[in-house]
Design a protein around this ligand. Structure first.
Ligand code: SF4
Length: 122
């Protein structure tokens, strides 16, 4: 059984594409497509919830989000990719572009790597 990041890259390869040439929507569609039914629903719900928290201002301080994003961009996890816009994408959760920014801004979110590279912010 492949890990999620390998499954995303496999699916990209099957389509003859690389994340660096994909839009956020294209990458997100592939990331959601490799998830199973229930897992896909959970992922979509988490994204919507994070977006609502961001809109209502329930976000971490900007400096915390900046540190989280810098950790992602360091690619110490080996699961960070860049999409066509130059924005980041996480191969471990499938968040890309605006979606990844929303994730790092959400206090209740944590890096999905094991162990997590950054954690919930209280
Ligand atoms: S959220 Fe974690 S696994 Fe994903 S890119 Fe950032 S550090 Fe890597």
């Amino acid at each position: 059984m492949h890990s999620f990041d390998v499954a995303i890259l496999d699916e990209c390869r099957k389509r003859g594409r690389h994340p660096s040439e994909m839009t956020e929507a294209e990458f997100t569609a592939i990331a959601l497509g490799v998830r199973s039914g229930l897992d896909k629903g959970v992922a979509i719900a988490a994204r919507v919830t994070s977006e609502v928290r961001r809109v209502v201002g329930a976000s971490v301080p900007r400096e915390v989000a900046d540190v989280r994003l810098a950790v992602c961009q360091s690619n110490a996890c080996g699961k960070y990719a860049t999409i066509a816009s130059g924005e980041g994408a996480c191969l471990a959760c499938g968040c890309a572009g605006h979606g990844l920014m929303t994730k790092v801004l959400d206090a209740s979110e944590a890096c999905p790597d094991s162990p997590p590279r950054w954690t919930e912010h209280n």
